[in-house]
Design a protein around this ligand. Structure first.
Ligand SMILES: Cc1cc2nc3c(=O)[nH]c(=O)nc-3n(C[C@H](O)[C@H](O)[C@H](O)COP(=O)(O)O)c2cc1C
Length: 183
């Protein structure tokens, strides 16, 4: 798939399974690492979670939720614990924010967002499905600590990655006129 076709046709897939070959994962991550980056700070890193790492992440989600709010039903906890099982691979995009005289934190977070977006498009170009997810666990301090984040780090997203189950969903109509004006 050429670059423009991938950019114009990418969309998210919530239902993912199968496997992601290492060669595909490397291409996807390398695409992420080509994100624009003011000051060459490389203000990001990526955690790869697969296999039993997904079980540990599910457990971490459930423990974190229980700690922040002990009134959880068994069903609610089981649901949370099962969330990482929605794809064979999860790429956690982490922004590493440093003090810089010319590059404010927002630019570093945007750069990490570009890492995530590049990886979504690369996955699509390779015929894989992906979905950028966040949710309350993203901002839970116990989850952040459990994933080994430092004080200056923020999770930008969990990129769920795998083989798309079923057909790709249809693309919404987008109109240039609705979003663009000439100034
Ligand atoms: C920062 C960010 C966080 C998101 N978090 C979630 C999420 O937690 N759950 C969800 O269903 N969609 C989430 N989305 C939206 C989906 O990734 C997706 O973009 C949306 O469903 C629209 O589908 P499309 O990408 O095919 O246009 C998030 C998107 C962004 C950019």
């Amino acid at each position: 798939m050429d670059a423009l076709e991938a950019l114009h046709s990418r969309n998210s897939s919530a239902r993912l399974s199968g496997t992601v070959r290492q060669v595909a994962l490397d291409h996807i991550i390398r695409a992420g690492l080509r994100a624009p980056d003011h000051g060459q700070l490389r203000p990001w890193r990526i955690l790869v979670i697969e296999g039993e790492g997904r079980d540990r992440l599910g457990l971490l989600f459930a423990q974190a939720k229980l700690t922040s709010d002990p009134h959880q039903s068994t069903e609610q906890l089981a649901k949370l614990r099962g969330k990482p099982q929605r794809a064979p691979v999860i790429l956690v995009v982490v922004a590493r924010i440093v003090e810089h005289p010319k590059v404010p934190a927002v630019e570093q977070i945007l750069s990490a967002g570009a890492v995530a977006q590049n990886m979504l498009v690369a996955a699509h170009a390779l015929g894989l499905g992906a979905m950028w997810r966040t949710g309350e666990m993203t901002y839970n301090p116990m989850v952040q600590k459990g994933l080994g984040l430092d004080e200056n780090e923020k999770i930008v997203g969990f990129i769920y990655l795998g083989e798309r189950e079923g057909r790709q969903k249809s693309l919404p109509d987008v109109s240039i006129e609705d979003h663009v004006t000439r100034w």
